[in-house]
Design a protein around this ligand. Structure first.
Ligand SMILES: [Zn+2]
Length: 166
């Protein structure tokens, strides 16, 4: 258990106020990383596996206790899913809420850090938010054709970096 002290669960929320076609509230649960993208690694622990376990447990909990919520997953096993496909899954499902689950790590082996971080997606208002966005989106470099697909996003991140530094 001590080995897990370095871990912090990060929930990235991107909420919308869209009303879905049926009466059910649609929750998309996104286990961060997967497949060739392990996320943070410490020893035999891989972020992608922890994220998947937490996401499936959360989904089961919601499905068995909240009949008015439809749960959709971006992945239910250890596979690589492009970021744009995760967005497509959420849009296709007409998601009311998109929850991306991540597990943080730190380079320090003597940290006492514990607990959870929650980020609500919006415009990057601080360098800290921007640093999280840059770190978590670095996975796009593992996708084929990323420079063309994310041209706009990369430019947006660059301009946000410039404005946060000024
Ligand atoms: Zn992550």
């Amino acid at each position: 258990m001590k080995k897990l002290l370095f871990l912090l669960i990060t929930l990235l929320f991107a909420g919308t106020v869209m009303v879905s076609a049926d009466d059910k509230f649609v929750l998309v649960i996104d286990p961060g990383h997967g497949g060739r993208d392990a996320g943070a690694v410490r020893g035999s622990y891989k972020e992608k596996d922890i994220n998947l376990g937490v996401a499936l447990a959360l989904g089961r909990l919601i499905e068995s206790n909240m009949n008015d919520v439809k749960v959709v997953y971006t992945r239910k096993n250890d596979k690589f899913v492009d970021l744009y496909k995760r967005a497509e899954i959420a849009n296709k499902a007409k998601a009311n809420l998109f929850v991306s689950i991540h597990t943080n790590s730190t380079a320090s082996r003597t940290t006492t850090a514990q607990g959870a971080d929650t980020y609500i997606l919006g415009l990057a208002r601080s360098e800290e938010n921007l640093a999280v966005a840059k770190r978590e989106n670095s996975v796009i470099l593992l996708e084929d054709n990323y420079s063309k697909r994310y041209e706009g996003l990369i430019l947006t991140l660059q301009s946000l970096i410039l404005s946060s530094n000024s």
